[in-house]
Design a protein around this ligand. Structure first.
Ligand code: FES
Ligand code: FE
Length: 425
């Protein structure tokens, strides 16, 4: 029987105990939870929509989905970036139906109203005849969507009362600096998009804290000798901060996997501690709450260790379906040849056909399928998230709560703790 919203919240409070490592399977298999999640999580927090380098020139625009609803992101003639609800203010037609392009004027396909890329309504066909020249264009600009940037990462929110993006990211910015603030970064090509039959939380959970799976799920890659040291050691740190964010740092790594030419640029953009982390990095995998995961991984190609940097979004399009959108980044000032090799290493590992990606999505799909079976529906099954519950945090140079190896589920507990906070508000 259908539960009311209040009953669901009450039931969540009774059954979900992140601090004790108890997460029921129905969270991945129940439509009521999914619907409530849309309202309480996706319409309330900051959601990633793209990177500034995807609209590099004046007049560039792209359309993106912000929690399921289309928005237009533009760069105007003063180099300012805007976001608008993709709806004509006359009769509600979807104003722009292209993925991306360059133009400063958007003309509605229905009656031909035209809007500048600043949102202003500038043209109404035959307005003297039809409105007697009396239409107030100043009140009919496109609806602005709240958009903020951190180091080029653009986030939008439907929540007028959401805290500023920088506060929402909080201490986690220290790690995002290493990811995308270490140098001038640019997105390579258009993002790759593919559909996986998985609940979105499986992806976030995997990237936020599941280093434990790598030695089994990806065991074959180690055997091929394609990752540094040919092992999936647990060595490194697992770290989380407020608001559900978390990451795993693989370290140490004796070989510098980034372009040598850029060492000065890195040092200019990072603190000495951050630079130290970067130079010893073996890999870095994490998640910005709720569904923006990221990854720096190194691959050996022709005896050279090459890093690749990417972010991916697990965009929910149903209870058991998500669109994965993956953006690959390179240092803008890296040598051309290095950029190409970094791209090869990305395609080999974490693109839709990549060897890691294939391993992971198999697992994501099967977990989601099982979560929708009869047992989870009867709400009897719980997952076990108790790994590392007995451990004390360790010292680390960066902010947040750190553990001195990666095999713990502290980050998943932190993820679900914040998820619960939002869901039961
Ligand atoms: Fe756009 Fe009428 S709906 S001009
Ligand atoms: Fe994996």
């Amino acid at each position: 029987e259908e539960m009311s919203k209040e009953q669901v919240i009450e039931y969540l409070n009774e059954t979900v105990k992140p601090e004790e490592g108890v997460i029921p399977a129905y969270l991945l298999g129940d439509q009521t939870v999914y619907d409530l999640e849309h309202e309480k999580v996706f319409l309330k927090t900051w959601i990633f929509v793209g990177h500034e380098s995807e609209v590099p020139h004046k007049g560039d625009f792209m359309t993106r989905e912000l929690s399921g609803y289309s928005i237009i992101i533009t760069r105007d003639n003063n180099d300012e970036i805007h976001a608008f609800y993709n709806m004509c203010t006359h009769r509600g037609m979807k104003l722009c139906r292209a993925d991306k392009g360059n133009k400063s004027l958007f003309t509605c396909p229905y009656h031909g109203f035209s809007f500048k890329n600043t949102g202003d309504l500038v043209g109404v066909p035959l307005q003297k005849d039809t409105y007697g020249g009396k239409i107030d264009r100043s009140k009919m600009g496109l609806h602005q969507v709240r958009l903020e940037s951190y180091k080029g990462l653009l986030f939008g929110t439907w929540n007028d009362h959401a805290e500023p993006l920088e506060d929402f990211l909080g201490d986690f910015r220290w790690y995002l600096d290493i990811l995308v603030g270490r140098a001038e970064m640019e997105v390579v090509g258009a993002p790759q998009r593919f559909v996986v039959h998985s609940n979105w939380k499986v992806g976030s959970d995997n990237f936020v804290g599941d280093s434990y799976h790598t030695m089994v799920t990806h065991g074959s890659i180690a055997k091929l000798g394609m990752v540094p040291n040919a092992t999936y050691s647990k060595r490194g740190f697992q770290i989380h901060t407020e608001n559900g964010h978390g990451l795993n740092l693989g370290t140490p790594n004796p070989d510098f996997a980034f372009p040598e030419e850029l060492k000065d640029e890195y040092k200019r953009n990072l603190s000495p501690d951050q630079y130290e982390v970067l130079s010893n990095l073996k890999n870095m995998i994490g998640n910005v709450f709720p569904n923006l995961s990221f990854l720096i991984s190194h691959t050996k190609i022709k005896d050279h260790l090459i890093s690749n940097t990417s972010i991916r979004m697990w965009r929910p399009i149903g209870l058991n379906k998500m669109e994965v959108i993956a953006w690959m980044f390179v240092e803008k000032n890296a040598p051309k040849e290095w950029k190409e090799r970094s791209r090869d290493s990305f395609i080999l590992t974490f693109s839709p056909s990549g060897i890691f990606e294939q391993d992971d999505t198999e697992v994501f799909t099967d977990i989601t399928e099982a979560a929708q079976g009869a047992m989870p529906f009867q709400k009897k099954l719980t997952y076990n998230y108790t790994m590392g519950l007995h451990r004390e945090p360790a010292e680390f140079v960066g902010p947040g709560v750190a553990y001195d190896d990666k095999f713990t589920e502290a980050n998943q507990r932190n993820f679900y703790k914040y998820w619960m906070e939002l869901m039961t508000k």
